[in-house]
Design a protein around this ligand. Structure first.
Ligand code: NAD
Length: 256
């Protein structure tokens, strides 16, 4: 049986870890040819090696999504290798915790630079290629914190809410070209990013985990593979009438 992304070419950013790595494995298993982008060269190389061993067609680029020349080069390399581009999963992101009066300006700038400007740059260079390829799907990884607040996370919440705004506007701009633009709003997911947030809040991982679970309607933290399946839905034709939307996959957190 053909995979749900058979014949598709996809770029995934933040692909070396967590949600991005789980998505890379799932997209490859569903037949996509992949360009994986991350700043972490070592983790990226080992993921590519594993995927190639299972027969996937995959290339990678050690690029910082906040740098226009690096993003442009990754998009160019994708089209040079595979001839097309159909899916952009702009997923790279960083967390950041701290009260606004105490947060160094450089930290605020870097959160916005990676989470918002990074997604903007990926869209900027990928969308024209997706249009030339006859249309496709753009997916941003926002967060449940685009929809609700979280103590000590003003900069992160701002960056993710802005992504939601950009999703809606891009959906209007590019729908007629057959390009759908949606964002994913994951809740707490078991990845290094979540546990770095615990550190920043001065909490132990166990304490932080227990607190999240106690308030989570489904009574557990999500797994990266559960977000990857939602990304696959948005990337594939299964979501063919969906654009400008936020897909919330948060174990019920925002229902509270
Ligand atoms: P993660 O830390 O496991 O993975 C993020 C990856 O992005 C890492 O491999 C990192 O090297 C890469 N990256 C960071 N900055 C980059 C840059 N400038 N250029 C290229 N790559 C870069 O974290 P994750 O949880 O898988 O995060 C993926 C996305 O999901 C992020 O946008 C994050 O904000 C979002 N998210 C995560 C959670 C969660 O609880 N884990 C919840 C909601 C949203």
């Amino acid at each position: 049986m053909a995979g749900r992304l058979e014949g598709k070419v996809a770029i995934i950013t933040g692909a070396a870890s967590g949600i991005g790595a789980a998505s890379a494995r799932l997209f490859a298993a569903e037949g996509a040819r992949l360009m994986l982008v991350d700043t972490n060269h070592q983790a990226l190389a080992s993921l590519v090696e594993n995927l190639e061993r299972s027969g996937a067609q995959v290339i990678s680029s050690q690029a910082d999504v906040a740098r226009p020349t690096e993003v442009a080069a990754a998009v160019d390399a994708t089209v040079a290798k595979f001839g097309h581009l159909h899916v952009l999963f702009a997923n790279a992101g960083i967390s950041g915790r701290g009260l606004v009066p105490e947060m160094p300006l450089e930290e605020f700038d870097r959160i916005l630079e990676v989470n918002l400007r990074g997604a903007f740059l990926c869209a900027r260079y990928a969308i024209p290629q997706i249009a030339i390829s006859g249309g496709g799907s753009v997916i941003f990884t926002a967060s449940e914190l685009a929809l609700v607040g979280s103590p000590g996370a003003a900069a992160y919440c701002a960056s993710k809410a802005a992504l939601l705004g950009m999703t809606r506007a891009l959906a209007l701009d590019h729908g007629k070209q057959g390009i759908r633009v949606n964002c994913l709003c994951p809740g707490a997911v078991d990845t290094p990013l979540l546990w770095r947030s615990a550190e920043r809040l001065g909490r132990s991982v166990d304490e932080y985990r227990a607190e999240i679970i106690s308030r989570m309607p489904l009574g557990r933290i999500g797994q990266p593979e559960e977000i990857a399946r939602a990304a696959l839905f948005l990337a594939s034709d299964d979501s063919s009438f969906m654009t400008g939307a936020a897909l919330v996959v948060d174990g019920g957190w925002t229902a509270r």
